[in-house]
Design a binder for this molecule. Structure first.
Ligand code: F2R
Ligand code: MG
Ligand code: MG
Ligand code: MG
Length: 350
């Protein structure tokens, strides 16, 4: 049991890294039918052991995920000031990792105020409404892993980790939904197939219990994720086609906003449990990220989130090691997964 769990930890963080690295060259693209063939060849090439190429570079998604993992590994009690410092140090060391346009203002303010109130700069974003970017969700996977058998701590820590940069209700609830999806995949037996309807309804039920709620509920904001999870189920019942891809983009989205990418990542994971026309592979991990990238838009982040879910479900053995070796930081991320697994043995029991 524990060796399977360790493999799932490794698979989850490696899956997240691969999605980010392989998705990054396509970020912002509008993908056409012809591009799907290009993406198929891109993956075929990367899986060919004779193919030599420079590393595919990771972006902000992985840069921030590294900090979250380190915060959990190094501190037995959550220290959010420590995490804020890690985010800021990482950013100023390597600012050109493709960070969100506005989140860098948070980093500057945190630094200039000497981390006095680690949540204040995020609350001030977008004239006080906070960010609903997917930056909270893209880096949450280590929290799902570390607290996999301490549900309440997982939820509390996921909220606080997110609020350092994202205080908008949609940004927070999006991170919570991704956290729950990784957690649910982690606890699912890879020998058994996933029931997509059950996967979605369980997510919705759990989210309802822990989400932040807006008193005014303007634009039905409190229902957005629940409605999207219903849409995911509805779309999964349809036969895959180019028309269906259009419907996915219209109804789920492929954007930088949390509510236009987290449900989409969950959809990609669930859709890839079965064959998809135009995606030639037997491997459902590869199918998940390849499919996510063919949807275009925020490809690094949607593939990163879908890859974390798929890797948590399947474990490391399901991930093609030739594909993984093309990603910068592939050895180090596995070490982090290992350290995360070991560190959790010393969590104080609450
Ligand atoms: N930033 C990118 N990709 C675009 C450019 C890449 C690079 N610069 C290049 O040239 O190649 N990718 C990365 O950003 C996403 C995560 O963003 P995060 O951390 O959530 O940042 P931010 O700045 O807080 O939010 C992102 C954008 O969302 C819109 N937005 C958010 N909240 C809003 C609000 N309350 N009102 C209005 N707009 C809001 C803004 O446009 C923000 O800039 C990932 O895709 C990562 O890969
Ligand atoms: Mg990125
Ligand atoms: Mg932000
Ligand atoms: Mg992105």
């Amino acid at each position: 049991e524990s060796s399977l769990m360790k493999s799932k930890f490794r698979g989850c963080l490696l899956g997240s890294l691969i999605g980010d690295c392989l998705g990054a060259p396509f970020e912002g693209d509008v993908v056409t039918a012809g591009d799907k063939i290009v993406i198929q060849r891109y993956f075929d090439k990367l899986q060919d052991s004779t193919f030599k190429a420079p590393f595919k570079q990771y972006t902000d998604d992985t840069a921030m995920c590294k900090s979250v993992a380190k915060f959990l590994i190094d501190k037995p009690e959550p220290d959010y000031k420590f995490l804020a410092k890690l985010f800021v140090t990482e950013y100023f060391n390597e600012p050109k990792r493709g960070y969100g346009e506005n989140v860098i203002e948070v980093f500057r303010k945190l630094k200039n105020t000497k981390f006095e109130d680690v949540y204040k700069p995020a609350r001030e974003q977008f004239f006080g409404s906070g960010s609903y970017g997917n930056g909270g969700a893209m880096r949450i996977a280590p929290v799902s892993l570390y607290f996999y058998n301490q549900y309440h701590s997982m939820v509390e820590v996921a909220k606080n980790v997110t609020k350092i940069t994202h205080s908008n209700i949609l940004g927070i609830n999006g991170a919570l939904l991704q956290c729950l999806a990784v957690h649910q995949a982690l606890l699912s037996d890879p020998e058994n197939s996933i029931d997509p309807k059950k996967f979605c309804t369980e997510l919705s039920t759990k989210l309802k219990d822990i989400e932040e709620v807006d008193e005014d509920n303007l634009d039905n904001i409190n229902n957005i994720y629940h409605d999207k999870l219903k849409t995911v189920q509805k779309l999964l019942q349809k036969e895959p086609s180019d028309d269906l891809d259009e419907e996915i983009l219209e109804n789920l989205g492929n954007g930088i906003r949390a509510h236009e990418s987290v449900p989409t990542a969950i959809y990609c994971f669930l859709r890839a449990q079965n064959e998809i026309p135009g995606i030639e592979t037997e491997n459902s991990f590869r199918r998940t990220i390849q499919y996510a990238i063919t949807l275009g838009g925020d490809t690094d982040t949607i593939a990163c989130m879908a890859g974390a879910i798929a890797g948590a479900y399947l474990g490391e053995d399901a991930i093609n090691s030739v594909l993984a070796k093309h990603c910068e930081f592939n050895k180090e991320i596995l070490e982090m997964a290992e350290n995360l697994f070991t560190a959790r043995e010393s969590i104080p029991i609450k």
